[in-house]
Write a protein that binds this ligand. Structure first.
Ligand code: MRU
Length: 350
């Protein structure tokens, strides 16, 4: 597989000084890192979008648990396992939709139960495993998703699902990277993704760095683009996939799925099984984050809407499974997802 420069970009990095996050709020104009030494800072960084993207949030939270356990054990080696629970709750309250957050906290909690003595080393090793497994899953999904693209075409993606949104390489952007390397993609169209502009700032940056041709559009232009032909696949990530295949992803994804079906364009969701929540029967039960109206009423701190105007700012929407042609996970591909097919895929050994 061809290596690209961007594969080496890491949004989340453990260092001897603490957890180092690439500040995604200011990319690509500024490359700044935030160094976090305690769990409160980690929860805040997730809430404030320093780090974002479902798998990257999960990996970050896992390292946050390491910092929390280290501090709790330092304060009381007798009661740290009870004490740390409050910190796990703090992390869990940072953002509600991406299930990778809760999955990572649960996995670290299970590890805590088995630990005796100083927890730092053991928990750090577990967090690093979570991180490495995510990168490996992305590589595998890259191959599986690229195999679905049978002839050269343009593709459209939404939000950022690349190295920045994951442990590394990316989900939907991982498929795009692999398929481009195989000569199957001639151009990537990227929605700019209001209000945080993940498409314009982050996806375009990753693709430009990798030398993959990218064209930005406002998401309002997407249906018009799909009408022209040329784009054969819409490829997106997910924040949570319900047991029936309903998919929560960045606001505007549902619009894309409706427009894609109308225009005969295929719709692919790429996400690791850590994004699948089998405890949620369908998308109606997925909690959708609503963020501050200020994100809509202002642009980079500058007010653009009149005083008195209100704003509605849901961060995610749910695409019904019937509009999804394929869900790609590291355990395999589910076409035309149903409860039965999803359960069979989840039960499969990797
Ligand atoms: O609000 P964000 O930037 O965290 O939203 C991210 C998305 O919606 C991504 O598409 C999703 O997390 C998949 S990332 C591999």
């Amino acid at each position: 597989m061809s290596e690209t420069r961007h594969d080496s970009i890491r949004a989340v990095e453990w260092t001897d000084q603490g957890l180092k996050l690439l500040d995604q709020r200011v990319l690509p104009l500024r490359h700044e890192h935030v160094l976090l030494e305690d769990v409160g800072g980690v929860a805040q960084a997730i809430r404030d979008m320093v780090v974002r993207g479902a798998p990257a949030i999960g990996v970050t939270a896992a390292y946050g648990v390491v910092l929390a356990a280290h501090d709790c054990y330092g304060r009381s080696s007798a009661t740290w396992k009870q004490d740390v629970e409050q910190d796990l709750q703090l992390l869990a309250a940072s953002r509600p939709t991406a299930v990778n957050l809760f999955w990572a906290i649960d996995r670290m909690r299970a590890h805590i139960a088995d630990i005796e003595g100083d927890p730092t080393g053991g928990l750090l090793a577990e967090a690093m495993r979570i991180h490495e497994e995510d990168i490996a899953a992305n590589r595998r999904m890259g191959e599986l998703g690229a195999a679905l693209i049978t002839r050269q075409c343009a593709v459209l993606t939404h939000c950022n699902t690349g190295s920045l949104a994951t442990g590394g390489y990316g989900t939907a952007l991982g498929v795009i990277r692999t398929a481009y390397g195989e000569g199957k993609i001639e151009r990537v169209y990227a929605d700019e993704t209001r209000p945080w502009l993940q498409g314009a700032r982050l996806t375009a940056w990753e693709l430009v760095e990798d030398g993959i041709p990218v064209t930005l559009l406002v998401e309002g232009a997407a249906a018009h683009l799909l009408k022209q032909g040329g784009v054969r696949w819409v490829i997106v990530g997910a924040d949570r996939i319900a047991a029936n295949g309903d998919t929560a992803n960045k606001i505007g994804t549902y619009n894309l799925a409706v427009a894609a079906r109308y225009h005969g364009v295929k719709f692919m969701v790429v996400a690791p099984t850590t994004t699948v929540d089998m405890s949620v029967h369908n998308g109606a039960a997925i909690q959708i984050e609503t963020r501050s109206p200020e994100e809509i009423l202002t642009i980079q701190g500058q007010r653009i809407a009149p005083r008195g105007a209100e704003a509605w700012n849901p961060s995610f929407d749910v695409t019904p499974a019937e509009l999804v042609d394929a869900i790609v996970t590291e355990k395999g591909v589910v076409t035309a997802p149903t409860v039965e097919k999803m359960a069979a895929m989840m039960g499969r050994h990797h």
